[in-house]
Design a protein around this ligand. Structure first.
Ligand code: RTP
Ligand code: MG
Length: 147
């Protein structure tokens, strides 16, 4: 069973889209392992986005992600990384397929509502940055049997 780190960014929170976005992952049949509503410190943001250090969008991205609360989550399921990236859609809303979160609700690359891990290694790294092991809830998810 694979795990991923998803985070509704400050724009998604301010626009009242937490429920709408979470509902899409629930309906898909994925299993929620952890969630918390929180502020991202500069230190946390630097760790999370270390792969983008030095790029032109790095500083504005850190400013944006620390500008207001986020909704951080861990989800699990078979192929959860690829499945959630598919539901989220391409980085730029113009390229995102209709029906994806970014196509349905986003206009601009800089305000693209949600982050999703892009590999198993990054997922584990990001989960470790945002959650303590004790915050991950291990339970039997009845719906998994039917999906
Ligand atoms: P994310 O990490 O947030 O899930 O998004 P992603 O994989 O689709 O995109 P990534 O390449 O990892 O970029 C991280 C975030 O940086 C901002 N960005 N801006 N102006 C630009 O060219 C640009 N490129 C990336 C976006 O907010 C993107 O989600
Ligand atoms: Mg990324």
């Amino acid at each position: 069973m694979e795990r991923t780190f998803l985070m509704i960014k400050p724009d998604g929170v301010q626009r009242g889209l937490i429920g709408e976005i979470v509902a899409r992952f629930e309906r898909k049949g994925l299993q929620l392992s952890a969630a918390k509503f929180m502020l991202v410190t500069r230190e946390l943001a630097e760790k999370h986005y270390e792969e983008h250090k030095g790029k032109g969008f790095y500083e504005p991205l850190l400013e944006f992600i620390t500008s207001g609360p986020v909704f951080a989550m861990v989800w699990q399921g078979d192929n959860v990384i690829a499945l959630t990236r598919a539901l989220i859609g391409k980085t730029d809303a113009i390229d995102a397929l209709p029906g994806t979160i970014r196509s349905d609700f986003a206009v601009h690359t800089n305000f693209n509502l949600i982050h999703g891990s892009d590999s198993p290694a990054n997922a584990e790294r990001e989960i470790g940055i945002f959650f303590a092991p004790s915050e991950l809830v291990d339970y039997e998810h009845a719906i998994q049997k039917w999906i």
